[in-house]
Design a protein around this ligand. Structure first.
Ligand code: ADP
Length: 509
């Protein structure tokens, strides 16, 4: 992986965006982001790492923009049933539910029929979202409420989500009286209002405020939006995580005393096997606030403030509880890299982390307030005993099995056309030893081969004029063959042996 390759990928992503090929552009952006992530793992120098992190943030923003654009376009795609555009009817909230008019029945099983727009989409479409001043008033209201009731907003918003689900379910009854419908609609509006009013923000005063804002901006991810089904294979890891993290969040009253949740769960395995995705899926599946931290960010980006950062991180996690704190590359808190002062900073951050993790146990006794630490490492042997002891559950995230590799191919290729002669089972066989990320790279490369051939030697203005159909050709076996020639597996058999040995010594799955 080198910067040139990353730049090439990014250029292609931007070119695809320019010509309106948003789906391809998304794939290319994901690739560039993955390459950036991989490349950053090889950088030791903190200054340079910070610069690359900035670049990553910018590219991620571009990607989010393209994704949103694509999503909006997808939402405008019309599906006609007879002569009537079904989707458009769902856009109009003021209308009565269409199913009740008797003229047009919406088939709930039809994947192309849109679900009703979420409140945010709705307010964006109508351009009448809450005004800024309204939001700031809301914050004040919430702060007051919190003081008097001490109820967490996540609980409240989950409560209103439950209400919303109930309302939707009612809505789906074959026939409901008009007054029921009216009540239901009123209920939805009320729930939306309560969602607005109960959106709460971590308040922090004095010197730490800036740090808290940085943390909130860089690290808190309200909805990572990765589901279990987006992750191929890894059934055992999903089961273990469900038991160790998801269930204690779902039924906290059961997980008390001897059954208390684990203080921390460590995911161990080669790079690119889906550890980060699993952490995001855990946060999505339990609707927890997700704090996505990398250890190098903690130790280098906020130099001098790192311990305070850790303290604030846990404070914020308790405030937004239930929360999942995901600490990537946790090994880098223990290993001795760079200068003596850097080592000292890491040591202090680690001590603070240990203190905070010990504090979690008491906090987790309070139902609905669970904070779970999920850590990941590609170098478990670098983790010292004190930290290892706190990460009580240690799970191995292996390379994908044959079945998993085929599933990964399907997931990666779900948005591109495939030539009927392509045999995914054969390709999965040839990908033995490849990680999930390696397979994503192969698929990305293969899906771009025909486009690369088409645009080779052309200028951007000429590329822009190319019809979309000429670029968006089905991926062929030849494309895969060429992609496989270019991409090698990233994990060696010696590495695999090392993981196996470490798991035998310290694993707990
Ligand atoms: P890790 O954290 O283990 O280094 P990631 O979770 O960041 O790995 O995965 C990197 C990329 O590899 C993901 O963005 C995804 O494209 C792909 N990937 C890896 N494993 C899987 C999997 N099991 N299912 C789907 N995609 C995967």
């Amino acid at each position: 992986m080198n910067p040139r390759e990353i730049a090439d990928n990014l250029t292609l992503a931007r070119e695809n965006t320019m010509i309106g090929n948003y789906s391809n552009a998304e794939v290319l952006y994901i690739g560039a982001i993955e390459m950036l992530n991989q490349f950053m793992r090889t950088i030791g120098d903190p200054t340079s790492k910070n610069q690359w992190e900035e670049a990553l943030k910018k590219v991620s923003l571009e990607y989010e923009g393209v994704k949103r654009l694509n999503q909006t376009l997808q939402n405008f795609r019309l599906k006609t049933k007879g002569d009537l555009p079904i989707g458009t009817r769902r856009l109009c909230r003021d209308e009565q539910p269409v199913r009740d008019t008797g003229e047009l029945k919406i088939n709930d099983d039809d994947p192309d029929v849109w679900p009703p727009p979420t409140p945010v989409e709705y307010s964006n479409i109508r351009g009448n979202g809450p005004s800024k001043s309204k939001i700031s008033n809301v914050k004040k209201v919430e702060t007051k409420r919190k003081d008097s009731r001490g109820v967490s907003s996540s609980t409240s918003s989950r409560r209103s989500e439950t209400l919303k689900t109930k309302v939707t379910k009612k809505d789906e009854r074959p026939s409901s009286s008009k007054s029921d419908r009216d009540r239901d609609q009123e209920q939805v509006v009320q729930n939306e209002k309560s969602d607005e009013t109960e959106e709460k923000k971590f308040e922090c005063h004095g010197m730490d405020r800036e740090l808290a804002d940085t943390l909130e901006r860089d690290i808190v991810q309200k909805n990572p939006n990765i589901k279990w089904d987006d992750i191929a294979d890894l059934h055992e890891a999903k089961r273990l995580l469900e038991e160790a993290v998801v269930l204690p969040m779902l039924m906290p009253e059961f997980f008390t005393g001897i059954r208390r949740p684990w203080k921390g769960v460590l995911m161990v395995g080669p790079p690119g096997t889906g550890k980060t995705m699993l952490a995001k899926a855990v946060a999505t599946e339990c609707s927890t606030t997700f704090f996505n931290v990398s250890s190098s960010t903690l130790t280098s980006k906020y130099r001098g403030e790192s311990e305070k950062m850790v303290r604030l991180l846990f404070e914020m996690a308790r405030f937004y509880a239930p929360s999942t704190i995901f600490i990537d590359e946790i090994d880098s808190l223990c290993s001795r890299r760079g200068s003596e002062s850097e080592h000292e900073a890491s040591r202090r951050v680690k001590s603070e982390l240990l203190v905070q993790m010990d504090g979690i146990t008491a906090n987790n006794e309070e139902p609905g307030k669970v904070v779970m630490v999920l850590a990941a490492t590609n170098f478990p042997w670098d983790i010292d005993e004190a930290l290892r002891r706190r990460l009580e559950k240690r799970i191995y995230i292996p390379l994908p099995s044959l079945e998993g590799r085929e599933a990964l191919l399907k997931i990666n290729l779900r948005e591109v056309k495939l030539d009927p002669e392509v045999n995914l089972a054969d390709i999965a066989e040839r990908l033995d030893g490849f990680s999930g990320a390696d397979i994503t790279n192969v698929c990305r490369d293969a899906s771009m081969m025909s486009m690369r051939r088409k645009i080779f030697g052309l200028r951007p203005d000429q590329i822009k004029k190319l019809p979309k159909e000429e670029l968006d050709l089905p991926v062929t076996s030849r494309d895969f063959h060429e992609a496989l020639m270019k991409n090698n597996k990233s994990v060696s058999s010696e590495d695999l042996e090392k993981y196996e040995k470490w798991m035998n010594d310290f694993g707990s799955s």
